[in-house]
Design a protein around this ligand. Structure first.
Ligand code: NAD
Length: 373
């Protein structure tokens, strides 16, 4: 199903998504949280981590692989280092609870480490760094996906890794925005391959390796042939995603598996003794209060001065500019909040079908269908 993306207002889209998860058994509060975080990812330009995920989350909830309304459990640690079990709850809820535990501990001790295991998909990791930055904390988040084999290591064809994002946040002061670096360690996140497969933005030419070892931009290498009406399954293709930055990105991806998979106890992407592990996110997070180090004001002043220095670099392209991490997302947020969110036809159709299957009321579905043309 091809055709142009249509701009949809965030209101009817969020109402539809919340309707799906409420109809499938989540509390109204959790359904609203899932909707606002997914739509929030679309608003910031990360369509890969937005509403395109709804059919997959719905299927996992139905299959018992995701559990509604989970309260996380602190299973170990010493108040500064905290082991947290996400108990297979929705990442949108589990992530929020885990980050709040980290914020609380770092606000008290100046530093905290949280090791989150067994979390549902944590979505756009920048959400969590933004939450810590809003509390005045610098944070680093290393994430892996146990059970997800999507990425080939440098020099290999066979999948041995997940897309394992690295994220860091630095608070702004007053009305300044935080600085958020948030990146998959693959050339693109898997969801971007899904978006490309569904007629959205094409992939870079070096994003994939085919089953024969050729470098390619074709998302089909990840999914293989998809039958009409089937949801594309990224475990079925003969090829793999590639890590960014050749051997360097591959090394960083390996570190994500060690920190978020092995050190949290969540488990790495795979292992030789098991064919396929149950899917979940692990997240290792470090929270730091600048007050406990150089002091908040001197820290923020130095960062502000460095940002101005960095941005003063002459642009490569006439009329271009140097951006800092997080700036593209903020600009997109302003634009899409105003203009609406572009949804390709297949994503619109998938959302409406998922809502009908879940038993969402006719009014909510109609409002979405009207808004989405
Ligand atoms: P991306 O390549 O679009 O951006 C990566 C980073 O580079 C961002 O911090 C962005 O602000 C910055 N950036 C982009 N363009 C820039 C420019 N011109 N100048 C300066 N900085 C710039 O992001 P991605 O790697 O495709 O990741 C997409 C999302 O996928 C992220 O939100 C990530 O957390 C998420 N993700 C989640 C999981 C999971 O399991 N939960 C797995 C993989 C990825």
């Amino acid at each position: 199903m091809n055709g142009p993306a249509i701009l949809v207002g965030q209101g009817p889209l969020a109402a539809l998504v919340a309707g799906v998860f409420a109809a499938l058994g989540c509390s109204a509060a959790e359904a609203g949280r899932i909707a606002s975080r997914l739509v929030g990812a679309n608003l910031r330009g990360h369509d890969s981590h937005g509403v395109v995920r709804v059919p997959r989350y719905a299927r996992m909830l139905r299959d018992g692989l995701l559990v509604p309304d989970v309260t996380v459990e602190v299973t170990g640690g010493n108040g500064v280092v905290l082991l947290i079990d996400g108990r297979y709850g929705f990442g949108q809820s589990v992530g929020e609870q885990a980050v709040d535990i980290g914020i609380e501990a770092a606000s008290r001790h100046g530093v905290a480490v949280t090791a989150l295991r067994n979390s549902g998909h944590l979505g756009r990791i920048g959400d969590w760094a933004e939450r810590a930055a809003a509390a005045g904390l610098v944070s680093i988040h290393m994430v892996n996906v146990r059970g997800s084999l999507l990425v080939a290591p440098f020099g290999g064809i066979d999948r041995r890794m997940s897309t394992s994002p690295f994220c860091a946040g630095v608070p702004g002061s007053g009305d300044e925005e935080p600085i958020i670096l948030d990146m998959a360690t693959s050339v693109v996140a898997e969801g971007k391959a899904l978006v490309a497969l569904k007629g959205g933005k094409p992939l870079p030419d070096d994003a994939m390796v085919s089953g024969a070892g050729e470098v390619s931009g074709d998302p089909g290498h990840l999914y293989g042939p998809v039958a009409e009406g089937d949801y594309p399954d990224p475990s079925r293709g003969p090829g793999a995603l590639r890590t960014f930055g050749e051997h360097k990105g591959s090394g960083l991806n390996f570190l994500m598996e060690v920190m978020a998979g092995a050190l949290t106890g969540s488990g790495c992407a795979g292992a030789l003794d098991e064919p396929r592990r149950r899917s979940c996110n692990g997240m290792f997070s470090l929270y730091l209060s600048p007050e406990a180090l150089v002091g908040t004001d001197p820290f923020l002043a130095e960062v502000r001065s460095y940002v101005a220095f960095l941005k003063s670099s002459r642009p490569v392209k006439p009329g271009g500019e140097v951006l800092i991490p997080g700036e593209p997302e903020r600009r997109m947020l302003a634009r899409r909040s105003n203009d609406g969110l572009p949804l390709p036809p297949e994503v619109r159709a998938d959302l409406a079908a998922t809502a009908r299957d879940a038993g969402v009321d006719r009014e909510t579905i109609e409002a979405f269908v009207q808004a989405a043309g």
